[in-house]
Design a protein around this ligand. Structure first.
Ligand SMILES: [Zn+2]
Length: 389
């Protein structure tokens, strides 16, 4: 089929880094980039409705093919006319292919060249998720951007295993491309290769020769260190075409985002802001705050003085602490609103800084502030702070 065009316009580029400001036009609206995608795995960002998401500034949501294949299943999406109508979200949606979940979650899993068979956690039935099946399900879901099914090796795997996974991912990418039936849906390829630069180079060379609408970097934030992640992100992003959007999958913390924007990454997703919200941890302008700690019990002040979200405008730390202590669902909901607002506001500030030609100094100041506030905590952590679920 003819190449589908997903218009992507780069309107400003930073002079002292590879950061760029752009706009990606989808069937459901324009995505201002760099953009953070809120994770709505099962066609919901847990506890928030589409109005909440609009209010925090969400432009695009991410849903997951693996989970939606098992429940409610592609037939339902066909019947109701796709995910936008189903969940009442009118903005753009990207669907991940299910590759990562097959390798990290699925039980009784067998992976062959044809695809992956595994047992459903919903009804114990056996499913085959092949590149073609993933595209078929994503077509039924009706996402604006689909992802190819990829092979995600264990982060501790040896180089031969990582090479094998990368080469199979490339073959599956071609099958995904051939399986696409709806020219309105964009399709992104996924560059694999672990933390081995040469494998990343081979993967990028193979995939960028094909007519994909965008390119993602997969297999990071799964056990690699922050330094490895930064190095691979920078070297791999430079291998991707300048006129196509670049997506760094599943990464990460605010410092990860700031570094990756400087590498020329346009799209991000990560479960951290919502997962940590459900655990009672907030991202604030002065570092992370754990609401369950007794220090918050009598704190008669907003969660973050610098935040304009509806949680910070209306409630005190003491009230949020109380909600978490009682196990009230309003606690995680209010904290999810705040954490997503925090991430999305950071991206908006980054876009403004790129436009103003001042991204490098902006990012440096932000990173210094985060390091200053979290230094003692970071130095205590021996492993990556990411929660790659
Ligand atoms: Zn807030």
């Amino acid at each position: 089929m003819a190449r589908m065009v997903l218009p992507f316009l780069v309107s400003a580029s930073d002079t002292s880094s590879s950061a760029r400001r752009g706009a990606l036009q989808t069937q459901h609206g324009t995505i201002e980039t760099p953009a953070f995608m809120c994770v709505g795995t099962r066609a919901t960002v847990t506890g928030l409705d589409p109005e909440d998401l609009r209010a925090v500034g969400a432009g695009i949501l991410l849903a997951n093919t693996y989970h939606l294949l098992l429940q409610p299943g592609p037939e339902l999406f066909r019947r109701v006319g796709g995910i936008h109508r189903f969940m009442g979200w009118t903005g753009p949606v990207l669907t991940d292919s299910g590759g990562y979940q097959i390798f990290s979650l699925a039980s009784d899993r067998t992976v062959r060249e044809k695809g992956a068979t595994f047992k459903s956690y919903v009804d114990k039935r056996t499913h085959l998720l092949s590149p073609e099946r993933s595209i078929e399900v994503q077509t039924a879901i009706g996402s604006d951007i689909m992802m190819v099914l990829d092979v995600c090796p264990d982060s501790t795997a040896d180089e031969a295993t990582i090479r094998e996974a990368m080469e199979r991912t490339n073959r599956w990418a071609l099958r995904s491309l051939a399986a696409r039936t709806n020219a309105q849906q964009a399709l992104f390829a996924i560059v694999q290769g672990g933390v081995v630069s040469e494998l990343r180079r081979e993967s990028a060379a193979f995939l960028t020769a094909q007519p994909f609408d965008g390119f993602a970097l997969g297999g990071l934030a799964v056990g690699d260190t922050r330094a490895q992640r930064e190095e691979i992100t920078h070297s791999s992003a430079a291998l991707l075409p300048a006129n196509r959007p670049r997506y760094l999958m599943g990464v990460g913390t605010p410092p990860d985002l700031l570094q990756a924007i400087a590498a020329g990454i346009d799209l991000f997703d990560c479960v951290l802001p919502t997962h940590l919200a459900w655990q009672g941890t907030a991202f604030t302008s002065t570092g992370r705050v754990r609401l369950k700690r007794s220090a918050c019990a009598a704190a008669d002040k907003p969660l973050d003085d610098c935040c304009a979200c509806s949680t910070c405008r209306r409630f005190t730390r003491a009230y949020l602490h109380h909600l978490f202590k009682c196990g009230e669902p309003l606690g995680p909901r209010l904290l999810s609103i705040h954490n997503l607002h925090h991430y999305l506001a950071l991206m908006a500030e980054a876009r403004d800084a790129i436009e103003a030609g001042a991204y490098t100094s902006f990012a440096r100041a932000k990173l210094a502030a985060i390091d200053r506030h979290e230094h003692s905590e970071l130095s205590l952590r021996s492993s990556s702070p990411d929660d790659p679920s």
